[in-house]
Write a protein that binds this ligand. Structure first.
Ligand SMILES: Cc1cc2nc3c(=O)[nH]c(=O)nc-3n(C[C@H](O)[C@H](O)[C@H](O)COP(=O)(O)O)c2cc1C
Length: 306
């Protein structure tokens, strides 16, 4: 089993295995470090970090739906200064890739965040969250506009040598347009998908189940949509993809890989079983062994569509 090579590449970023944890579902690793060995992960993507501390939306911020989770956390985080002082030193202790996810209200916020994080040791890449369905104002949703995605990516590329991973929103008509825009702007890889905009109503109170009225849907309910989007994007662009959306186990992860993902991220499943990422790594290894494939990278995009 040990001759199986699980390494994968996201542009210049090399991962020891293709399993990451998705932004916002793993905090900054501290709580989860009690349940699993963080050194075993391909990488950790942090909760979105903003320039200033953000309280997020008031409760209720979570609602379960059939095979899914609706959330309107609203980018709650301690802000970039506290992140650097208190969270980054902990993350740096581990032998895994640290990908810092950043979010802003305006383009200038992303630029400032990138300038600040650029100077810090121990960051392997930046993931740019260009949309958050739970935050109402303008800039937070620039990810639906290909021109804005291109312009933001290009501006950030000019000021950093860190690999840029643009995280795409599924709340668009054609996700290949924003994917292409990010690639043209200089993204080294893409993450997809963020949550799908949704809504649930409590019929006894006749009120929305979330304080923000609408929220982002994640979990198994969105997986077929996410796999479809990864496959569509993989047909159109050359840079590597990180696939996510409802991965609960290795079989789900493998669907994304066959569709064209070079790495995958575990999100909502971390709330159900914090050991999911480790189980997915093992499951991918077993599958490769069964199929007689020695290198994980040989499986990427190998769905048989003809
Ligand atoms: C509670 C919660 C909080 C999230 N917070 C963020 C965030 O801060 N930034 C971000 O880019 N994505 C965030 N996401 C989106 C996830 O990273 C992921 O893209 C999405 O949930 C789909 O994967 P999943 O179905 O495996 O959870 C969040 C998702 C959940 C469920």
């Amino acid at each position: 089993m040990d001759n199986i090579n699980l390494t994968t590449k996201l542009g210049r970023l090399k991962l020891k295995n293709p399993v990451l944890v998705a932004s916002g579902t793993f905090g900054y690793g501290e709580e989860y470090s009690q349940f699993l060995n963080l050194n075993e992960l391909g990488g950790i993507v942090t909760k979105s970090v903003t320039l200033n501390p953000t309280a997020g939306n008031p409760p209720p911020r979570l609602a379960e739906t059939p095979a899914g989770l609706l959330n309107c956390i609203g980018l709650e985080n301690p802000g970039v200064d506290v992140f650097i002082k208190e969270k980054l030193p902990f993350l740096r202790k581990f032998n895994t890739r640290i990908i810092v996810n950043i979010a802003g209200g305006e383009k200038s916020d992303y630029i400032e965040l990138t300038e600040v994080l650029n100077k810090k040791e121990g960051i392997d890449a930046l993931e740019i969250n260009v949309s958050c369905p739970n935050v109402k104002t303008g800039g937070y949703n620039l990810g639906i506009n290909p021109k804005e995605v291109y312009s933001l990516t290009k501006s950030l590329k000019k000021i950093t040598n860190l690999p840029l991973i643009v995280k795409l929103t599924p709340n668009v008509t054609d996700i290949t347009e924003t994917a292409k825009a990010a690639e043209d702007g200089g993204a080294e890889a893409l993450s997809l998908i963020n949550t799908l905009l949704g809504m649930a109503i409590d019929i006894s109170t006749q009120k929305p189940k979330l304080s923000n009225i609408t929220g982002g849907l994640s979990g198994p309910a969105i997986r077929p949509v996410a796999v479809r989007m990864v496959w569509q994007v993989a047909q159109k662009i050359k840079i590597p993809l990180i696939g996510m959306g409802g991965i609960m186990g290795s079989e789900d992860a493998l669907e994304f890989v066959l569709a064209g993902a070079s790495a995958i991220a575990i999100g909502t499943a971390n709330f159900v079983d914090p050991k999911t990422p480790i189980k997915v790594i093992e499951g991918i290894k077993c599958y490769l062994k069964e199929k007689g494939i020695n290198n994980f990278q040989d499986l990427i995009g190998k769905v048989k569509t003809e």
